[in-house]
Design a protein around this ligand. Structure first.
Ligand code: C2E
Ligand code: MG
Ligand code: MG
Ligand code: MG
Length: 283
């Protein structure tokens, strides 16, 4: 009896592992067809420049419509990275996002997330150039967001690619700052243009003095290193007031706007522009 119970427990465990593995394989198989089946799309979240009082930048965020549901990038991007599919997908994102940005007002930049795996392709810089050139987008209107995991590998080729991109006029941002093991040391490995403060620090900003102190310190660090700062995940007025007081350059979050479809974002940009022009004429 004991033996058969043991067996069934073992089987249960095995089935649990199988289910996980099967789900991963299903994602992987689906993801291989995502591009040819046109199942990927970009959403666009505006970032508000506080000194400028306008949208200064828009972040492209990937979505996968599959099996009648929308799958989040936090689920499928890791699988895309493990399988190398992030390379063709990432290039698709680059081209689509630059194409969208080309139709926006000239003072609005596009921010694109890059996976460390994309830096392993030798022609990443050429891909970026092609995406800009084909859409007539000036390099100064492109920001590339990278995370600390890229610099963990710290290969010379990676740093070289970053310098090459920056020399073209492309801006480089450090995303999710403060979540890694040694965020501070990474600030010395490359002269970033922008630090995006991870949204985990915003969550308890109004209730925890330590989060306030950390945000204040990161913004001060940005100022002294000549890097601009963005507060991610601003959801409430109180959070906005606090980061504004600390001198953050930009805010991003549901309070201002969630990620929008390309059409809704273009509407927002052009109607804000029209209002601004009307105000100028009236004064
Ligand atoms: P991220 O680059 O840090 O992007 C910001 C994430 O925060 C987005 O999640 C956005 O929807 C979410 N967000 C924005 N404002 C708020 C807020 O006020 N509250 C909360 N709770 N969340 C907010 P999303 O779109 O699910 O993307 C998750 C991550 O997936 C991104 O984090 C990025 O690391 C990755 N990702 C998205 N698109 C791409 C892509 O095209 N390529 C690569 N390699 N990674 C991507
Ligand atoms: Mg990002
Ligand atoms: Mg981020
Ligand atoms: Mg994040």
């Amino acid at each position: 009896k004991a033996k058969s119970e043991g067996r069934s427990t073992y089987h249960f465990f095995e089935t649990g592992m199988d289910a996980e593995l099967q789900q991963r394989r299903a994602i992987e198989a689906g993801l291989r067809l995502a591009l040819p089946r046109n199942e990927l799309r970009l959403m666009f979240q505006p970032l508000l420049g506080l000194a400028e009082s306008r949208v200064t930048c828009v972040e492209a965020l990937l979505r996968w419509d599959h099996d009648e549901q929308t799958i989040s990038p936090s689920i499928f991007v890791p699988v895309a990275e493990e399988t190398g599919l992030i390379v063709p997908i990432g290039n698709w994102v680059l081209h689509q996002a630059c194409r969208a940005a080309a139709s926006w007002p000239g003072d609005v930049r596009i921010a694109i997330n890059l996976s460390p795996v994309q830096f392993r392709q030798k022609d990443l810089v050429a891909q970026v150039k092609a995406a800009l050139f084909e859409n007539g987008l000036p390099p100064a209107r492109l920001e590339l967001e990278i995370t600390e995991s890229l610099l963990l590998t710290d290969s010379e080729a990676t740093i070289e690619a970053l310098h090459e991109l920056r020399a073209m006029g492309v801006r480089i941002s450090m995303d999710d700052f403060g979540t890694g093991y040694s965020s501070l040391s990474y600030l010395r490995s490359f002269p970033f243009d922008k630090i995006k403060i991870d949204r985990s620090f915003m969550r308890d900003l109004t209730t925890r003095a330590d989060s306030q102190a950390i945000i204040k310190a990161i913004i001060g660090l940005g100022h002294s290193l000549g890097m601009s700062t963005t507060a991610e995940g601003i959801e409430t007025e109180e959070q906005l007031v606090m980061v504004r007081e600390q001198g953050v350059s930009e805010v991003q979050g549901f309070l201002f706007s969630p990620p929008l479809s390309a059409a809704a974002l273009a509407n927002l940009l052009h109607s804000a522009r029209a209002k601004g022009q009307a105000r100028q004429k009236a004064s």
